[in-house]
Design a protein around this ligand. Sequence first.
Ligand code: BTN
Length: 323
Amino acid sequence: MNYLRNELLHILADGEFHSGTELGEHFAISRAAIGKHINALQDIGIDIYSVKGKGYRVAKPLSLLDSKKIDVMFHQLSGQTSANCTVLPVVDSTNTYLKDRIVHLHTGNACVAETQTSGRGRHGRQWYSPFASNIYLSLYWCFSGGYQTIAGLSLVVGIAVADVLDDLGIQHVGLKWPNDVYINMAKVAGILVEVEGTVADEVHTIIGVGLNVDLAENLDLGQTYTSAQHHVKNPIERNELVAHLLTKLHHYLTVFANKGLSPFQERWERLNAFNHKPVKLLLGKESVMGICMGINDQGALLVQVDGVIKAYHGGEISVRAVD
Ligand code: BTN
């Protein structure tokens, strides 16, 4: 988004009326030109009304992402000076944004966006990414030690997200293997870890987290979903939540890089929403019924099938509860 449009957005964020004349004078452009910029903002899904004689206003005040606010909170929580988190008003996908810049990145570099035009989910699905409602975050992390060092990485990310929600005081937070985050069995967050090849024994990963903060209800997203805000009274400040999430991720990923999955195995099993429950695994066209028995130290799902415990790896396995 260009500078002018971004500033226009920040002026409108207060939820008050701003006339075309006032805005035109501010930017030293015509009212017609302002109108075009307003249309462009509407095109990325921002609800802006125009009322004759009054001007433009957003449907409800927007609390926008702000890298300075993220830094302040990140410093309070972690002691580090900067979260190294780029704030993007609009992007195709935060994962793609980091992927395109990977040669310039250092471990811990991150980005967040107000909206994604092509947000990506697992299994080639889309990730619904309306403006200023949720968190769309990507983090670059480089692990040394080859592919085997990242076995179970996405599970650790799931635990980090679950623990942040837990810290907000939200109850009934759970995980569905490998890394869907649930509240009361409704999905609140999804994780997409992408591995961008290895050089020597270094594994370059991009960790994407989509966390619903305040989604409208009754959307048709193809599955039961919820938003964090619906489970806490105080308004959630997204900048604080981003800082909290980054702090937790930095901490857990550092432990994971040094010690692997074992320090997290017990926590994952406590969060496992399907522990000792009957599940159905969808393996492409095949399916397997069994009892969910947790994970092994590689992050594979353990399922008891006909009395025998088997380990299932791979990204294409989906877990469905059996009623
Ligand atoms: C899932 O299907 O459950 C995973 C969803 C991952 C969505 C996040 S939003 C931030 C990052 N950028 C993307 O394009 N996808 C991930």
